[in-house]
Ligand binder design. Structure first.
Ligand code: IPD
Ligand code: CA
Ligand code: CA
Length: 259
């Protein structure tokens, strides 16, 4: 854990430098962007963490396939919230989740711009900048402040897009409000520390959620798929809450399979 955190703090310097600098922006898809900093931060983390944890397979967004899995895996999102990073919106982070036998063991999410470092280890609690964090107590969906995100596949106007729109129609009137901050790993951390009461999104990749899942579990919250089953990497929808409003949120989501 200390070595992963040290690597993340070091990579954070490069991240901050890139945030202020002008960037080369390349398109991975119509609106799915990548900069030289996404690649450089990932390479630095792979080099540092690969040395200290040689038994683990590193699965990084910029160099691996989203379907790749390993018995001992480290999922890395070098810059979660790349669109924010490019637009200088300070809501972006490095996200690292260490998984063994299909379960999360350790997690680090670091926003170097706001200087927020979220950490968790299995059965040892969740922390922000070293202080313990806990999910909120809100059980009433109408008084729940939620966050969501919009998948890059929206441009295809297929199932993901229909699910987003139908869910918004079903859910929005019954919430306090719904935010779209633009970095799933931080959305999950903000459920873990009680700023948000819940979060949901479709089509997230393992590196988006591998850290946040453990942070929420260790902070006393609940993470499932849209059917209410324990969330598994690759499931089409993630639903993460304080646990008290989980069922009420699930009941308002559109049926993904029918969207
Ligand atoms: C994205 C962010 C965003 C979410 C997208 C993700 P990226 O990750 O987490 O909040 O809505 O679905 O792909 O591309 O910035 O690493
Ligand atoms: Ca991401
Ligand atoms: Ca990314």
């Amino acid at each position: 854990m200390d070595q992963v955190t040290a690597a993340v703090l070091e990579a954070g310097k490069l991240f901050r430098e890139g945030f202020e600098a002008s960037k080369d922006v390349r398109h991975k898809g119509t609106v799915d962007l990548v900069t030289q900093y996404d690649v450089a931060v990932e390479n630095l983390l792979k080099e540092r963490i690969g040395k200290s944890m040689p038994d683990h397979t590193i699965i990084g967004e910029e160099s691996a396939d989203e379907h790749e899995r390993a018995e001992k895996a480290i999922y890395i999102d070098p810059i979660d919230g790349t669109t924010n990073f490019i637009h200088k919106i300070p809501f972006c982070a490095i996200s690292i989740g260490v998984w063994e036998s299909g379960r999360p063991e350790a997690a680090v999410v670091y926003n170097p711009i706001l200087n927020e470092l979220f950490t968790a280890e299995k059965d040892k609690g969740a922390f922000c900048n070293g202080r313990p964090i806990r999910v909120s107590e809100t059980s009433d969906l109408q008084q729940s402040l939620l966050a969501t995100g919009f998948p890059y596949t929206k441009v295809e106007r297929g199932r993901d897009f229909r699910w987003v729109v139908r869910t918004m129609e079903n859910l929005l009137p019954y919430t306090q409000d719904i935010r779209r901050f633009g970095a799933a790993s931080i959305d999950l951390c903000y459920v873990a520390n009680g700023i948000l009461d819940g979060f949901y999104e479709c089509n997230l990749k393992p590196w988006d959620v591998a850290a946040g899942i453990l942070l929420i579990e260790e902070a006393g919250g609940n993470v499932s798929n849209h059917l209410g089953d324990p969330y598994r990497l690759g499931d089409p929808v993630i639903v993460a809450t304080n646990g008290k409003n989980h069922g009420k949120l699930l009941a308002k989501l559109a049926k993904y399979e029918e969207a």
